[in-house]
Write a protein that binds this ligand. Structure first.
Ligand code: ATP
Ligand code: MG
Length: 563
């Protein structure tokens, strides 16, 4: 490709709406352009990268025996009503109707459509196992689209769906996909980790996520290498304490705390640490409000809490009005002593003694509260996020926390969809058997952003070789004035291109500094500079995007290196 014909516009300024480096660099390098919130155009340079990601994913999926198909993006509501998700999915689902007032959605995922295909196409166990996949556009009306293509509303996903006669078959299909995903992320040159995960809206039993490690990641990952444990913090479990209540040293007292409504203000007022305060959160329950109780310095884990029977899912905080009505006091002064609501204590609260909590009276708190004497708890729950230093569930190590970007997610679905939609085949005895399913997603567009988060410097993107939009950039100096330079550059361009390399020839009549800056910004791995001076010595100036300095190489040596 000749730069002069490529229509690429790079930007010096950092666009103000871009919060993280990958988003900034994707806009500056001209990979994407924003159309509206969460909607992006992939410009020719960006599309080259996207196609490279797709090619690796497609190749590994094909190798794993999966069959590519392409399903419609628009899906009829009836299928979603059959699975029960039309009512469950909520505002993330973009719904629409056609000219006959029939309801449709723009697919956020394709379990219903593929299950419909499977129940029509598959008749016998002899056709199993089978794994269908597609690389296709999804829409999710995200509450907070951000980070460019990493959390957009329209994005491209590779989604695959396996069908087996039984659970053992499904587990084998799942393992095959696990192995394919390992190969994909290794081939893409990304530093990643596989973690246990929550199944979310998709459902099913076992699931694992693949995370690209990056400080800007939206997910927190708890791991322990000694224990070989890794889990999304959403599902990383804590255990009940086996020790009895600690001894009480203080008397229970009610004290005035006028206007002191937050844990932070309370700690300042009483000059104590948040770990000495009991935090009471009122959430919506199936039959009225429910109280969740945590240690003041611990964070509520919504994914765990919404699985407790009686608690509404998705987890919803009660409104201030509902709190006043249910507790007689207001937000900030609620506590479990004498509270007439269903109350669930986090495991870690039982290790506390002589603590502080709301007195269920405006502007009042209790101090010197103790379990056993002032509060009796028969059962505790896992309600909080783990923190660094917590014991691993196996108990033989301690947890560290890292941040990650979820780029892939694999699920053992079992019969969730096949049961609801009657997707059966005949087993060897001629009996109808509900198929066992797995589903497997990869965020194709998200991978591009995640790769940049991991690979960049002050000057711009540093593509891992398999993702680079071009392998080599040729920078002729003074090409418009030197016939030698022009001829050498053209010859090199033809030769490298014919060897199958993706070559960008920067044939613009621009200063070398401008060309170098653009080549660095767009992150092309190899750069060759062609000048009268280097040609006179039979050399080319070579620099890898990761090198600090360039070096002169004989023409043949440069060609050899690029091969
Ligand atoms: P997240 O937790 O990040 O919202 P998810 O768990 O809802 O994602 P899945 O249903 O597992 O997503 O979808 C499969 C893959 O699609 C994800 O692992 C992710 O890489 C990608 N993906 C999901 N939502 C988005 C989005 N809004 N923008 C870009 N990629 C996305
Ligand atoms: Mg997921």
């Amino acid at each position: 490709m000749r730069f002069s014909e490529f229509g690429l516009t790079t930007l010096k300024e950092v666009p103000s709406d871009a919060e993280i480096i990958s988003h900034k660099l994707m806009l500056r390098a001209g990979l994407i352009r924003r159309l509206a919130s969460g909607l992006f155009t992939w410009m020719p340079l960006g599309l080259r990268v996207l196609r490279k990601v797709e090619a690796v994913v497609r190749d590994e999926m094909d190798r794993a025996g999966a069959l590519e198909l392409l399903m419609p993006a628009v899906q009829p509501a009836e299928l979603w009503q059959e699975s029960g998700r039309w009512d469950q999915y909520g505002p993330l689902l973009l719904r629409m109707s056609d000219r006959h007032s029939r309801d449709y959605c723009f697919g956020p995922t394709h379990e219903e459509v593929i299950t419909d295909i499977a129940r029509r196409e598959l008749r016998s166990y002899k056709q199993l196992p089978i794994n269908y996949y597609q690389i296709q556009t999804k829409f999710r009306d995200e509450i907070r689209p951000r980070f460019g293509v990493m959390r957009s509303r329209e994005f491209i996903m590779k989604d695959a769906y396996s069908f087996d006669i039984d659970k053992a078959g499904m587990e084998a299909s799942y393992l095959r996909m696990h192995a394919a995903y390992m190969s994909i992320f290794e081939r893409l040159g990304l530093k990643f980790r596989v973690v246990d995960a929550d199944s979310g809206e998709i459902g099913g039993s076992r699931s694992q996520e693949f995370h690209v490690l990056a400080d800007s990641g939206e997910d927190a990952i708890a791991y322990c290498d000694a224990d070989n444990y890794a889990s999304n913090i959403e599902t990383a479990a804590t255990s009940p304490s086996t020790a009895g209540y600690p001894d009480a040293a203080e008397e229970l007292q009610k004290i005035a705390t006028p206007g002191v409504k937050t844990i932070e203000a309370l700690c300042k007022f009483l000059k104590i640490d948040a770990s000495r305060v009991l935090k009471t959160l009122i959430v919506d329950g199936v039959d009225g409000p429910v109280a969740l109780i945590l240690r003041g310095d611990h964070e509520l884990n919504a994914v765990k809490a919404q699985k407790i029977p009686g608690v509404a899912s998705p987890l919803t905080m009660a409104t201030p009005e509902a709190i006043v009505k249910a507790t007689r006091s207001g937000p900030g002064f609620v506590g479990p002593v004498g509270l007439e609501l269903p109350v669930h204590f986090d495991h870690a609260t039982l290790g506390m003694s002589d603590f502080v909590c709301g007195a269920n009276e405006k502007d009042m708190h209790f101090i010197g509260v103790n379990f056993g004497r002032d509060l009796d708890v028969s059962k505790t729950f896992d309600l909080r996020n783990v923190i660094a230093g917590d014991p691993t569930p196996g108990g033989s190590g301690t947890l560290s926390i890292a941040r990650g970007i979820e780029v892939g997610h694999i699920f053992q679905l079992g019969s969730k969809y096949s049961e609801a939609m009657s997707a059966t085949v005949q087993d060897p005895d001629g009996k109808n058997q509900v198929m066992s399913m797995g589903c497997y997603g990869i965020g194709i567009t998200r991978i591009v952003g995640a790769a940049i988060e991991q690979n960049h410097d002050e000057a711009g993107i540093i593509w891992p070789a398999p993702l680079a939009p071009f392998d080599v950039v040729l920078v002729p100096i003074n090409m418009q004035r030197s016939e030698d330079v022009r001829a050498a550059a053209e010859a090199l361009y033809q030769e490298l291109t014919s060897q199958g390399l993706d070559v960008l020839l920067d044939d613009r009549d621009a200063r070398p500094g401008v060309k170098f800056a653009d080549a660095e910004l767009i992150g092309i791995p190899h750069r060759l500079v062609i000048s009268d001076r280097s040609l006179a010595a039979g050399e080319l100036e070579y620099r890898h995007r990761k090198d600090a300095e360039s070096r002169n190489l004989k023409r043949e040596d440069a060609l050899k290196l690029l091969q």
